[in-house]
Design a protein around this ligand. Structure first.
Ligand code: ADP
Ligand code: MG
Length: 716
């Protein structure tokens, strides 16, 4: 793993040299250097990097069987040995090298469609070869197509260990990797980071012996356990990796606690009045998470809390109450949302709640006119605006807060780490580097992040940076469940009739157009076509169209008209995915539902079922459905529970893809698999706790070995 400090200094020595000159005078790379570069591309720089480059799988080259026996083994990969009895380049049906070898039990044909001239020469009559591959019964008897082979002398010893197969980059051969790794293993200082007594208690094997076994498994190893990664040697690797992660999370947490934030201790007039004038009572779950947040805000170290709650669970109002506490305590609060539509909706709703209480709410998005922006900035800078709501525009340099105490980020997974940091750093000097990590002495605001894409708790705890998690696990009362149906799109007529009936009952409908990832233009085209199709089929209804290419004001007009009930059917691209709240809408039609991901479908479906009317979601699909698409649609039909959906999504996609590379920290877990290794996470967490109390040296050594310079990522 790279040590960034070293790298930085290596770079800086190059500075000042004219790049053109440098490149001219650079001698051509030697083969060794080229190989080094290729290793570096795989992240393999130090000996320990190489040692931890563990095999993907193994091949058994420890046995040779007779060609006759091999021909009885079906589709297994087998190894045989024989002497070349015939070698030809044939031209029909296409150019190919055909080599026959024979052992005591009979002949075998090897066929190479791609081959070098040197290969043809090498495989000449009388040469002894060892061949590995899958034996098939071709027209001319037993044959192997493109087997791996090597020329051997009679009696050449067989390997005594399984042969590892490593993840390799382009131009890196297995043989080269094996040699490089072998070299590294012989040079490493193998001190175990964990003392023997501890290993014994945890029933873990030694670090060195585990690594050596994984690179060179003995012939009597339990191959199944090796492939399954349940072998004790793998367990030690997984445990170490998880331990490093837990240690670094806990250290980050300690660092955060050592940082300053302004305590927001007052639950005063505004907080109380705000809750009193809400048209509903907070649910038990809302009250519980609110208590957690209120407690954190009273501390003088920064809160960093993720508020999770299923679509429609009522996160916004909780955030607003948190903001009220900041305001009561004499600070400003800011709420950032990923889209203008959503920011606008928050603004209207929250301003309508707040302004009657005398709280000035400012609004800032990219689409404001210059003059409006300047006005908003002035309100923010003077402190007249106590609450600020907007989009990414809030991060811009010229936005300065008078006294920012609380940062709220809605749909946080839609923002990058850098964007969240930048907003948080708004509480600091205007000219500080806004994307940098704050130093220990700087004051940072409290942070509340919200997400309706529920991340299973275990995943949140292991993958996310130092983060407390609050969960709203209850929907407001009076919601009727949404009935979900999957319908083949050739039955579209029936669906249109249903839309009509629905509208006649005074209910509104969303019609979501297919996601076309490769082309925004095409997506737009489809939306317009669908709009015309529906307008024609339903002439007595008012149809609206909203998509990403509309100007903000136009989008807003359409959304407003829909909110007011003036539009019956809203044809939309996925711009309505997040957060839009129109309780009278009770039917959601999603076209080409098979193209959407599970969480997206769940989000979209969550746009209905917000009022008291019975709601439905129709997933139109095009058959035939692929395996995972079928699984996704079935999941949607079977459950409306966002957490259950997230769990299945995780199952279908695996954690890396589930979180997106940006959030998973470049797959920080290489060996442990959260689906099967949860028990190890618990163990690692417990040990981390103990080590951090009184074993600093162990902690340092372990983190150095496993994370090298990657730790900073976890602190965001
Ligand atoms: P989400 O968690 O998806 O962001 P919202 O905050 O948009 O959900 O809330 C969804 C809807 O539920 C809004 O119309 C909101 O006003 C309403 N709501 C929130 N809390 C309650 C409650 N305790 N009782 C009734 N309705 C509520
Ligand atoms: Mg929301």
């Amino acid at each position: 793993m790279p040590a960034p400090k070293k790298k930085a200094s290596a770079d800086s020595t190059k500075e000042g040299k004219a790049p053109a000159k440098a490149s001219k005078s650079t001698p051509p790379l030697s083969n060794a250097q080229k190989a080094q570069n290729k290793l570096a591309k795989l992240g393999l720089r130090s000996d320990m990097d190489l040692a931890l480059h563990l095999p993907l799988r193994y091949e058994d080259e420890t046995q040779v069987i007779s060609i006759h026996d091999a021909s009885l083994r079906g589709t297994q990969v087998v190894q045989v040995e024989g002497i070349v009895s015939k070698s030809d380049i044939q031209f029909r049906p296409r150019r190919q090298l055909v080599v026959t070898i024979t052992d005591d039990s009979g002949p075998l044909v090897m066929r190479f469609v791609n081959f070098y001239g040197s290969q043809a020469k090498q495989l000449s009559e009388g040469v002894r070869v060892r061949v590995r591959g899958e034996l098939r019964h071709g027209f001319f008897g037993a044959e192997m197509v493109h087997p791996t082979y090597k020329v051997v002398l009679e009696g050449a010893p067989l390997p005594t260990a399984l042969t590892p197969v490593y993840p390799a980059g382009e131009g890196l051969s297995q043989a080269y990797l094996r040699k490089a790794i072998g070299g590294a293993l012989s040079r490493i200082n193998w001190r175990d980071t964990l003392p023997p007594a501890m290993l014994e208690e945890l029933k873990l094997g030694g670090f060195e012996s585990s690594i050596r076994l994984l690179h060179n498994p003995p012939t009597d190893v339990d191959e199944y356990a090796l492939e399954e990664r349940s072998h004790p040697a793998w367990i030690r690797m997984k445990f170490d990796e998880l331990l490093a992660q837990q240690l670094s999370l806990k250290r980050a947490q300690a660092a955060r606690r050592a940082r300053n934030a302004s305590a927001l201790p007052t639950i005063g007039k505004i907080s109380r009045a705000f809750i009193k004038q809400l048209p509903f009572k907070l649910t038990g779950a809302q009250q519980r998470v609110l208590a957690e947040i209120r407690h954190d805000l009273q501390e003088s170290f920064p809160m960093q809390r993720l508020l999770q709650g299923d679509v429609g669970s009522g996160k916004t109002v909780v955030a607003a109450v948190a903001a009220a506490q900041a305001i009561d305590s004499g600070f400003q609060a800011v709420l950032m949302a990923p889209t203008e539509i959503l920011a606008d909706q928050h603004f209207r709703k929250i301003a309508a709640w707040m302004e009657p209480l005398g709280v000035k709410v400012a609004w800032l998005t990219g689409s404001l006119k210059k003059k409006e922006k300047a006005e908003a900035n002035a309100l923010i800078e003077s402190g007249e605006a106590r609450l600020v709501i907007g989009t990414h525009a809030l991060i811009q340099d010229n936005v300065q807060f008078q006294k920012l105490g609380l940062v709220i980020v809605d749909e946080q997974h839609r923002f990058g780490v850098g964007q969240r940091l930048a907003l948080r750093n708004k509480a600091r000097d205007a000219d500080a580097d806004i994307s940098a990590m704050p130093s220990a002495t700087q004051t940072v605001p409290h942070q509340l992040m919200m997400s309706a894409t529920p991340i299973p708790r275990t995943l949140a705890m292991t993958y996310y940076a130092d983060l407390e998690v609050s969960v709203i696990d209850e929907l407001p009362p009076g919601r009727t469940p949404i009935v979900t149906r999957t319908i083949d799109q050739n039955r579209r007529e029936e669906v249109i009739a249903r839309v009509h009936a629905n509208a006649l009952e005074g209910r509104q409908v969303y019609w979501v157009c297919p996601l076309i990832e490769e082309s925004e233009a095409l997506q737009l085209q489809t939306a317009t076509d669908t709009y015309s199709m529906l307008a024609e089929a339903l002439p007595d209804l008012r149809i609206g169209l909203v998509h990403g290419r509309l100007k903000q004001a136009e989008k807003q007009d359409v959304m407003d008209a829909f909110s007011r009930g003036e539009i019956h059917v809203l044809v939309a691209t996925t711009v309505i995915e997040v957060g839009v709240d129109v309780p009278n809408a009770s039917l959601m039609v999603i076209e080409h539902a098979e193209r959407f991901g599970l969480s997206q479908l769940h989000q979209l479906r969550g746009r209905v079922g917000r009022g008291a009317a019975a709601s439905a979601c129709i997933l139109l699909y095009q058959s035939p459905l692929g395996g995972t698409a079928k699984q996704r649609l079935m999941t949607m039909r079977e459950t409306a529970d966002g957490f259950e959906i997230a769990r299945r999504d995780l199952e279908i996609r695996g954690p890396g893809e589930f979180l997106g590379a940006r959030q998973s920290g470049e797959a920080l877990l290489r060996f442990a698999d959260l689906a099967t290794d949860q028990w190890l996470v618990e163990k690692a967490r417990n040990l981390a706790q103990t080590l951090l109390q009184n074993e600093d040296a162990i902690v340092d050594a372990h983190l150095q070995r496993w994370l090298g310079g990657k730790e900073d990522f976890l602190k965001v």
